[in-house]
Ligand binder design. Sequence first.
Ligand code: ADP
Ligand code: MG
Length: 245
Amino acid sequence: MTQTHDTPALEIHGLSKRFALREGTLTVLSEINLVVSPGECVTIVGASGCGKSTLLRLILGLDLDYRGEIRVAGKPVTGPSDDRAIVFQDHRLLPWLTAEANVAAALLNSPLGPEARAREVREHLELVGLGSFARAYPRQLSGGMAQRVAIARALVGRPRFLLLDEPLGALDALTRLRMQDELKRIVAHEGATALLVTHDVDEAVHLGNRVVVMEPHPGRIATILPVPPAARADRSSPAFVQLRD
Ligand code: ADP
Ligand code: MG
């Protein structure tokens, strides 16, 4: 294990990404620098097209064609790995598999035996509040529930790093509000480091220890705002509580 307590969970230095198009090159990310500590939840906001999803793909190791440096837990990213998991806006569950089979599918390469796997799957479905929906198929679940299964699937392999690409973006406003608090609890419970992309500034402040603000053409970090705990959206007000419950 090369990671010590002081090793950042993520280090990005001088990262630039271009796409070769027929009509020339498109610079999508330019000189990105970002260091994330273990256990931090950093949120990213920015206009559509400013490179947020591209940045997550690079961190995941799905695209190795870039300039600069990306290190996860001190090691250069050389491809996808079980230490990083992602949740997308659409749940991407396999419709022909039950909730538990969808979650178990993420353990395909796991060294765990069948019993330990089943236990991990059960624990993670319970963690997202779906213990009693293990045998349900995706079409029998609401959008919020399906998204919770996707979160369980991402977490079941106990990744060190959780990447969330507008995970609540497709949900209705009330479900999103409830899921924001749940997501916060779940991420804290797992002790994972998280990078969450969102369109919703309130969500970014509520969930993030820091908020990265990106701007487009080319995608760059405009500023990184620390979020003091007291400044996190006050959701204890009676109106909020009433709305949520
Ligand atoms: P965001 O997630 O912030 O909305 P994306 O990272 O999806 O932005 O896209 C950033 C820019 O890169 C967009 O202009 C998009 O069209 C372009 N882009 C993304 N993927 C590719 C690709 N594979 N080939 C060419 N251009 C791409
Ligand atoms: Mg995107």
